[in-house]
Design a protein around this ligand. Structure first.
Ligand SMILES: [Zn+2]
Length: 308
């Protein structure tokens, strides 16, 4: 008997929906991953559901960006359109939406910024207000869970309160409780078209050396009402995943990120190892380390592999 079992039910498929493409556009640094139109995202959702997957995580790429991320909370924003279309066609699929501003800000930061000479500050409270607004617009469109990925202080509590006040008590929050500043996010920024135009995100993401801080951040999210805790990236942070799962006993997700994906693709393409064996070993290690849910770009393949 194997102690650890992977199942399609544990896997979340990330999708990039773009207002700028009519036909799927390949993301060169993420082989096999595409930016999709709304119609294609619906098709992809239908396919995922047929394969036995139960959940999607949606990222949006708007046609226009500004310094206050207006497209993030627009009623006819790209994510809002995609959620409505997917829920109409696949009502049983759990639709999770990324809630952050970096795909929607002209400067690529996760919040509203203030420039001060050569330095910049992210304005926490103004950002949190816009994140809550974004979460409500996603819930209004039909999202089952919202996933704040920004790492601002107090955003989970603010989103919970805003959702409740608008009658969305049933809408859950999957919070990026421990999101580390990482070298492995590169390909994602191409996919989501969100590289910071100045500065970096180290002021609001965590230092990879800090485990106790990660647990403190996760504790705050639990207090503020998070339903699912997320650790990101995956393999370099298995110890954090283990500790978060043990400490809080909450459903815990892990995001196997773009750079981790690209690394395995490159290794397999160079004949270093066989892709499927490597992927199954990695995903099993994430389960073993406590992941209830895994966000991965291999979601569709895994749905098939775990059935064979
Ligand atoms: Zn962000």
């Amino acid at each position: 008997m194997r102690e650890t079992k992977l199942s399609a039910h544990d896997i979340i498929l990330p999708l990039f929906v773009s207002e700028k493409v009519e036909r799927r556009r390949a993301i060169t640094s993420l082989p096999g991953v595409f930016q999709l139109s709304v119609n294609e995202a619906v098709e992809e959702a239908r396919h995922a559901s047929e394969l036995g997957l139960q959940a999607l995580l949606l990222f949006g790429i708007p046609a226009a960006k500004d310094d206050r991320a207006s497209a993030a909370f627009a009623e006819d924003g790209i994510v809002q359109q995609a959620v409505r279309a997917i829920k109409q066609r696949c009502p049983d699929l759990v639709v999770i939406t990324d809630v952050c501003l970096c795909e929607y800000t002209s400067h690529g930061h996760c919040g509203v910024t203030k420039l001060d000479g050569e330095h910049f500050h992210v304005l926490n409270d103004e950002t949190v207000e816009l994140l809550a607004k974004t979460a409500i617009s996603h819930a209004t469109a039909g999202a089952d869970l919202v996933a704040p990925s920004d790492m601002m202080d107090g955003r989970v509590g603010a989103i919970r309160q805003a959702l409740d006040e608008h009658g969305f008590e049933e809408t859950g929050i999957m919070s990026y409780a421990a999101k580390f500043a990482s070298a492995f996010y590169g390909p994602f920024r191409e996919a989501a078209e969100s590289p910071p135009q100045y500065g970096d995100r180290q002021s609001y993401q965590m230092d990879s050396a800090n485990a106790a801080e990660a647990l403190r951040e996760a504790a705050l999210d639990v207090e503020e009402g998070a339903d699912i805790l997320m650790v990101k990236p995956a393999l370099p942070y298995l110890d954090i995943l283990w500790r978060v799962r043990k400490r809080f006993g909450k459903p815990t997700a892990v995001y196997h990120v773009s750079g981790e994906f690209a690394m395995v693709k490159a290794g397999a393409a160079n004949g270093c190892f066989e892709e499927r064996a490597a992927v199954l070993e990695i995903m099993t290690s994430l389960k073993r380390a406590g992941a209830d849910l895994i966000v991965t770009y291999w979601a569709k393949e895994l749905a098939q592999w775990t059935q064979e």
